[in-house]
Design a protein around this ligand. Structure first.
Ligand code: CO8
Length: 273
């Protein structure tokens, strides 16, 4: 596994944990970090044993593990960009965040503190968001003279609704974990120390299910949301069909039909085949 400067990649028990770690800048995303994230995603994708990914933020320079998830794109790096460079930086972030959104296996954002600007946006590209009680979400860009540029104007509205997204973006208003839960920005809120165990439990549950089917579910939901209902159900039919004749489908259904209760209750160890 590669060594990165601003990203830590760990893979264990079919779960990859990707930690963004720039302690001096509250894990703000500069170009180097975005490149490393992309390279780490390639490593994860090349490992067919990985069945779920957890994305989180590392501790700050004082060692506080719950200060920041990602405090946005790096303002220092952005401050001198030309129009063309600004657009290119937006494209770099958008390409990587879209890769996360369409990544073959589910990605869980474990949001352990500030999720501002690009931090909120990277979490929006993940399949599932859970956070610690102290998490803070927001799109403060208009206070810096820019728009959200890593997908925030698009994904926030899709997740929390147009009215809420516009209120948050136009007003550069940060929201706390309880409000994030109420408006559906996160699925669950945990006391800080319980966040990573909860993320690991969720990832392990996903990893324990049939991987080909889980991947097909992600693709069906994502692709279907971009299509008309008529096209979306065809997308589902094709992906549903693709699960048949897999070893996992055969084994799981045979297990269900098993008469011996001892064998029936034993969970199928899915082979990803
Ligand atoms: N970029 C660069 N450095 C940062 C960032 C950031 N986004 N956030 C924090 N830091 C640095 C600080 O400069 C500081 O460095 P130093 O110790 O060298 O002075 C260090 O991290 C610690 O930060 P603070 O001392 O400010 O810590 P506080 O606890 O006092 O405050 C805050 C924490 C509230 C999170 C504060 O740091 C803050 O407001 N940060 C900026 C948050 C923000 O506005 N984020 C959005 C940025 S814009 C964006 O993400 C756009 C995405 C789309 C880009 C599209 C490109 C075209």
């Amino acid at each position: 596994m590669s060594e990165f400067k601003n990203v830590i990649l760990e893979i264990a028990d079919s779960v990859a944990t990707l930690t963004i770690s720039r302690p001096a800048a509250l894990n703000a995303l500069n170009s180097e970090t975005l490149d490393e994230l992309n390279a780490a995603l390639s490593e994860i994708e090349a490992d067919s044993n990985v069945r779920a990914v957890i994305l989180t933020g590392g501790p700050d320079k004082k060692g506080d593990a719950f200060k920041s998830f990602v405090a946005g794109a790096d303002i220092g790096e952005m401050s001198t960009l030309s129009k063309a460079e600004g657009e290119a930086f937006g494209k770099k972030g958008n390409d990587i965040f879209r890769r996360i959104e369409t990544f073959p296996v589910p990605v869980i954002a474990a949001i352990n503190g500030f999720a501002l600007g690009g931090g909120c946006e990277i979490s929006l590209s993940c399949d599932i968001r859970i956070c610690s009680e102290n998490a803070l979400f927001g799109q403060p860009e208009v206070g810096l003279g820019i728009t959200p540029g890593f997908g925030g104007t698009q994904r926030l509205a899709r997740v929390v609704g147009v009215g809420k997204a516009k209120e948050m973006i136009y007003g550069a208003r940060n929201i706390k974990a309880d409000e994030a839960l109420r408006i559906g920005l996160v699925n669950s809120v945990y006391p800080a120390e319980e966040l990573m165990p909860a993320a690991q439990k969720l990832a392990a549950t996903i990893a324990g299910n049939a991987p080909i089917a889980v991947r097909a579910c992600k693709k069906a939901i994502n692709d279907g949301l971009d299509a008309s209902m008529d096209d979306a159900i065809v997308i589902e039919e094709k992906l549903f069909g693709s699960c048949f004749e897999t070893e996992d489908q055969r084994a799981a259904m045979a297990n269900f039909l098993e008469k011996d209760p001892e064998k029936k209750l034993k969970k199928v160890p899915f082979q990803n085949k």
